[in-house]
Design a binder for this molecule. Structure first.
Ligand code: NAP
Length: 252
């Protein structure tokens, strides 16, 4: 029962595919009413359709997490039309790979805006609604790159390292208002974001050797941790980052 999400409303950003979609499905199966997000209207509606077909309750909300005005309007509309948001998963994220000496300034800004600033924009808009109710759980999707660097993705590493510390900052500021904020740090999972790596056999060989559990993660393996952090099962846990990485961050 601790993991039961019946009666809760969960907004998952970037849930039209990949990790966000898997987490939405997992939270939905635990009873949550879902709000599905992304920038592509067609993709968001298609994802909602698949969830509704599976017997879950899902509402589309198309907005760009990097637009603070659009975020505020979308959160107000969700609160009015779907109900009070109990759970926010800040999941939307992008990757851009280039050697740092060649990294375009605009691409750096875009990675930081999408992966880090967005958690502030959406987190603040949702926390302003949660504070008077004195309850809520926010989960920021971090990464093993919250801890570890890797060639050609320094801005992504900066964004996810920043997100880890924003998680702690949010937990400290909003804990007194009854809101818990935690991070979930995935290792390597086969999604569109990692398409270039999935297609690279050399990378898979390296990853298999580098990961104590010896393989890529399956997105469904993130659901247990997300459910734990979103639900009352973690009622005294805040400011924590839970890594689901096959052991990568524990090994050298
Ligand atoms: P993905 O398959 O590329 O999906 C990304 C999702 O975010 C899509 O729904 C995308 O939809 C949405 N999105 C991107 N930019 C957005 C924006 N500005 N506003 C609203 N929605 C936006 O990526 P993923 O692999 O599932 O990654 C999800 C999260 O997990 C990211 O934060 C990523 O950094 C993190 N992560 C992934 C891995 C992994 O192995 N895959 C590992 C560690 C951490 P639209 O493009 O249509 O907007």
């Amino acid at each position: 029962m601790m993991f039961d999400l019946n009666g809760r409303v969960a907004l998952i950003t970037g849930s039209s595919r990949g990790i966000g979609f898997a987490l939405a499905e997992g939270l939905g199966k635990a009873g949550a009413r879902l709000v599905i997000n992304g920038r592509s209207e067609a993709a968001v509606h298609a994802a909602c359709g698949r969830l509704v077909e599976a017997g879950l309750v899902a509402t589309p909300s198309v907005f760009d997490v990097t637009d603070p005005q659009g975020v505020a309007e979308a959160v107000a509309a969700i609160e009015a039309d779907v109900g009070a948001i109990d759970i926010l998963i800040n999941n939307a994220g992008i990757q851009h790979r280039a050697p740092l000496q060649d990294f375009p300034v605009e691409a750096f800004r875009n990675v930081l805006e999408t992966n880090l600033f967005s958690a502030f924009y959406v987190g603040q808009a949702v926390a302003r609604c949660m504070i008077p109710r004195r309850r809520g759980s926010i989960v920021n999707i971090c990464s093993v790159q919250s801890e570890l660097g890797r060639a050609s993705i320094a801005p992504y590493t900066a964004s996810k390292g920043g997100l880890k510390m924003l998680t702690k900052g949010m937990a400290v500021d909003w804990g007194p208002h009854g809101i818990r904020v935690n991070g979930l740090g995935p290792g390597y999972f086969k999604t569109e974001l990692n398409d270039a790596l999935v297609k690279n056999e050399e990378f898979t060989a390296w990853l298999t050797k580098r990961t104590p559990l010896g393989r890529w993660g399956n997105v469904d393996e993130l659901i247990g941790a997300a459910l734990f952090l979103a639900s009352d099962a973690s009622s005294f846990v805040t400011g924590h980052v839970l890594y689901v990485d096959g052991g990568i961050t524990s090994s050298l």
